[in-house]
Ligand binder design. Sequence first.
Ligand code: APR
Length: 335
Amino acid sequence: MKMKKTVSIVGAGNVGEHVASLLLLRNIANVKMFDIPRQVDEKVFEPVKGKALDMKQMLSAMDIDAKVEGYTVTPKGEGYEPLEGSDIVIITAGFPRRPGMSREDLLEANIKIISVIAERIKKFAPDAIVVVVTNPVDVMTYVTYKLLGVPKNRVVGMAGVLDSARFKTFISEELMVSPKDIHAYVIGGHGDEMVPLISISNVGGIPLKDLLPKDRLEKIVERTRFGGGEIVNLMGTSAYYAPAAAIVDMIEAFVQNSKRILPCSVYLDGEAGDYYGVQGFCVGVPVKLGSNGVEEVIKVPMIEEEREMWKRSVESVKKTVEVAEAILSERSSRE
Ligand code: APR
């Protein structure tokens, strides 16, 4: 009998808990969730344990045979022993940007969190595939890869699947067609300079640029670029349904060894790095996902205009990677 895989989720906040619930409801894997305690006045709560218990009862109510557990950990890294046996670890722990916080402050705070988590993954689940979600995702994927020191096929950031899903949603509404029949990729850094690949996007095989006038297409691209911000403005917090679904899409490809081609943030070097003009950091490109993690980097064709956009996107990721490098080396010189 095929053993069900175990997926651990570090950071059971909005995104993490929705990933857990989707994985369980679709019976894709058993789940372990890890999060820190929450103190309200004098009382210390352990929400992650409560969420796991609630999910167990949800599974009973729905007659689903899957396992879920919640573990309280400390920011210092205590309590991570149950990571042992994880086939996949998803990192959704982190701070959102708070008022008065610069991007650099956020970067530093999230690097601190990721450093502890990466060290624990190294100790308790050294062979796991690691999916990074914490923002800024391309940089955090790079930091995790560096700290783990594992082969590059085993560390992957989630962004492109979400950006592409947003792109497809808007195309689908505009053309009144099912998103299932839309092939559209968004690559590059996960930010305002992401690169929607219009030249190869198609609906039922017909090129997108033949189906929509330029101005309509531009509006859709613009809405995709700021798709995250649109939701923050409506909800007062960042999105979690679509991000969770995008993560699950990737997890399913690993678990089922389905060789899906999905845009993900991966470490680029060598020949693929030459093709993309990126050597030694992580950016979103289409890759083949299977049981070995990232099994191939796809060299997608780009027209001149897209290449220029790509270069700008890469440049902006590179700048943040340099800031992260400085934070990392300052941290290691302090130790
Ligand atoms: N160790 C473990 N968990 C932590 C730690 C830590 N040191 N610090 C924070 N967390 C947990 C929080 O307690 C919280 O439950 O991480 C979780 C983050 O959840 P949310 O604040 O709800 O954020 P969410 O919307 O889920 O986004 C998670 O994904 O898209 C990115 O930018 C987003 O970096 C963010 C991440």
